[in-house]
Design a protein around this ligand. Structure first.
Ligand code: ATP
Length: 233
């Protein structure tokens, strides 16, 4: 469904992503893992059209994405909940959701918003509050709800559990498992490697802007290299 080939992204003289290739099949959850600065966020942002790409290609559902403006990429069916959530703190929960829904027909937007408020009751409770007043976990739910509002076929999540209290981390991973069960395709960037490998079908590990390791999540859970890097006691 999503195919990234030889993706290369520079920040000025710094080559942050060096020839990364990865695939995400329909209905799969793929975890994109790696240390800080490995190039995970840059890869996601490049797919979303939010970073200029130096070389490579990205195709989604048979369509070449590179060069398309970010809002056109959303229209192709890709939703992003970015690192740091990036919700509009000064707007209400309601206003944040309505903005995200502006690319779909009004009656579709209303139905989806209602369904999302059923899924995230806390957002219904806080509907008229400014998003900046929500807790970190609630803001993450809002960021995911906002990404889901246009009805994406592929959801990209960047560090959704970062900085959250343990119960909220559980909620985030439960949500990912629920979405997967509903058939949503997910590309997940996470620092919580153990939890990611539980929920993912496959994983790609980046190091220094390159793919260091890739394979079924179950294999990576038992891989000596991965265990040494991430599960050392
Ligand atoms: P993190 O988990 O810290 O977000 P990451 O794997 O997502 O790490 P990126 O944020 O994609 O990594 O960063 C990849 C490389 O690009 C790093 O060396 C980083 O310092 C560099 N980099 C990221 N953003 C910028 C920027 N705006 N300007 C210059 N260099 C950047």
């Amino acid at each position: 469904m999503l195919t990234v080939s030889d993706l290369t992204v520079d920040y000025g003289p710094v080559r942050a992503v060096r020839g990364v290739s990865l695939d995400v099949g329909e209905g799969e959850v793929v975890a994109l893992l790696g240390a800080n600065g490995a190039g995970k966020t840059t890869t996601l942002m490049a797919i979303a059209g939010l970073r200029k790409v130096a070389a490579g290609s990205v195709t989604f559902a048979g369509r070449a994405l590179l060069g398309l403006p970010p809002e056109e990429i959303v229209r192709t069916g890709i939703g992003v909940a970015p690192e740091g959530r990036r919700i509009f703190a000064g707007l209400t929960v309601d206003e944040n959701l309505r903005l995200a829904g502006s690319i779909v027909a009004p009656e579709v937007e209303i139905a989806r918003r209602e369904a999302l408020l059923d899924r995230f009751p806390i957002l219904r409770e806080r509907y008229r509050q400014r998003a900046g007043l929500l807790s970190g976990g609630e803001q993450q739910m809002l960021a995911v709800a906002r990404a889901l509002l246009p009805g994406p076929r592929l959801l990209m999540l960047d560090e959704p559990s970062l900085g959250l209290a343990p119960q909220m981390v559980d909620l985030v991973f439960d949500l990912i498992a629920e979405l997967k069960a509903e058939g949503v395709t997910i590309l997940l960037v996470e620092q919580n490697v153990a939890r990611s490998l539980e929920v993912a079908d496959r994983a790609v590990v980046l190091a220094n802007g390159q793919v260091a390791l890739a394979g079924p999540a179950a294999d990576l859970r038992n891989d000596d290299q991965v265990r040494a890097a991430y599960f050392a006691a």
